[in-house]
Design a protein. Structure first.
Lengths: 163, 89, 139
């Protein structure tokens, strides 16, 4: 019964938070309306997403977000330094292939987004069977180190959250 | 002090807009133009929020939010067009 | 207290301005399209993020009203920046596929952008089980 009424509990939560942020004040009326919207929209759109994403360890998300935010700030300084002070001739841009062990689409999407937002790397493509990612590096003297860091720092954590 | 910082930020993002405009006119390919347009949208969002601070009004956030959404959708549409020659298949 | 808040807001605004300018400057300075893609996606995220946090603090401390829908714009930009970057990279690879030398995928199939659209690909990444193959009893 509860499962039928809330086919996607995380979507409901996201909609409620988004509506509260959009209204910009915490009143009982807007909270009730947010709950109504958060119930109706997943019910109507449920046929389009038949199975819900599995989160095995939702509490690890907070730690992951903090790490990614720290890396985004760090990457900003690194990229700004490269843009301002490194001559173009000294840039070592490379393409890297990263084999991935994650299998769920949500986990791969999060990994690709994280790689794009963090220091000097950018996800460009995925192989047709979803087993490796194509990464472009702005300045990577040692491509293997970049690959190992991504696998150890992000993929291992996502593995714990999603699978 | 905030006043000077605001002026400085206005100048930075305005100059950034000019850089993007130059990149739109002088670009090696169409992909660079799309990228420049995308960056332009982000700069405009920043300018709108800055203007909201100087005029003490919250009115401009809605505009900035709408700009962020239309900017994202238009960039995706451009890229789809380059990739497939069609937007809605 | 006022002075501290004012200093923090000013620092945020100045840092955001510098990062936004660097992002747009990278668009001019870097040598080719793929490297140019790095500058705006990264530098401007902190640029706009700084401006939005400064605006939130300003309205909270000097106007006395707690305003948090700036968070919504920040969230939206952080979610969409990787997607636009990925799509622009795909468009670039598609358009200049002759000039770019890509590494091997390490698996059986090629990169998704260059796969043949007409051949049918098995959906490898869905959790739903594939339909069972038709047997003789179906006919």
């Amino acid at each position: 019964m509860l499962r039928k009424l809330f086919p996607h509990p995380y979507l409901t939560l996201l909609l409620v938070i988004t509506w509260i942020l959009l209204v910009n004040q915490l009143k009982l009326g807007s909270l009730i309306f947010a709950l109504i919207l958060g119930t109706i929209i997943p019910l109507i759109t449920a046929p389009y997403w038949p199975d819900r994403p599995i989160l095995r360890n939702p509490r690890a998300i907070v730690g992951y977000i903090l790490i990614v935010l720290y890396d985004i700030v760090k990457s900003n300084f690194i990229v700004a330094g490269i843009v301002l002070f490194k001559p173009n001739s000294q840039l070592k841009t490379t393409w890297i292939t990263i084999p991935i062990d994650l299998r769920t689409p949500e986990a791969i999407t999060v990994l690709a987004g994280t790689i794009t937002m963090t220091p000097g790397t950018l996800t460009a493509d995925m192989s047709g069977d979803g087993k490796s990612l194509l990464i472009h590096c702005l300045h990577a003297p040692d491509p293997d180190a970049v690959r190992d860091e991504i696998k150890a720092r992000y993929e291992a954590r996502l593995m714990r959250i999603f699978e | 002090m905030i006043h000077y910082a605001l002026t400085f930020a206005f100048a930075c993002f305005g100059l950034g807009l000019l850089f993007n405009l130059y990149r739109i006119f002088v670009a090696p390919g169409v992909v660079d133009r799309v990228l420049a347009l995308d960056t332009m949208v982000i700069n405009i969002i920043a300018l709108l929020v800055l203007y909201g601070i100087t005029s003490h009004s919250g009115m401009y956030f809605e505009a900035a939010l709408l700009f962020a959404m239309t900017g994202f959708v238009s960039t995706v549409a451009y890229c789809k067009f380059i990739l497939r020659g069609d937007i809605i298949e | 207290m006022e002075l501290i808040a004012e200093t923090i807001i000013s620092l945020l605004l100045v840092a955001a301005g510098v990062f936004g300018l660097v992002g747009s400057f990278g668009l001019l300075k870097l040598p080719d399209t793929m490297t140019r893609l790095h500058a705006p996606t990264k530098a401007t995220s902190l640029g706009v993020g700084g401006v939005l946090i400064a605006s939130m603090l300003y309205f909270w401390i000097f106007q006395g009203k707690l305003s948090w829908h700036e968070l919504l714009i920040t969230m939206f930009l952080f979610l969409t920046a990787p997607i636009t970057a990925n799509l622009i990279a795909k468009a670039h690879m598609h358009r200049y596929s002759k000039q770019i030398k890509l590494p091997d995928t390490g698996t059986d199939s090629g990169w998704a952008t260059f796969e043949d659209e007409t051949t049918e690909v098995h959906p490898v990444m869905t959790r739903t089980r594939a339909a069972p193959a038709p047997t003789k009893a179906d006919h």
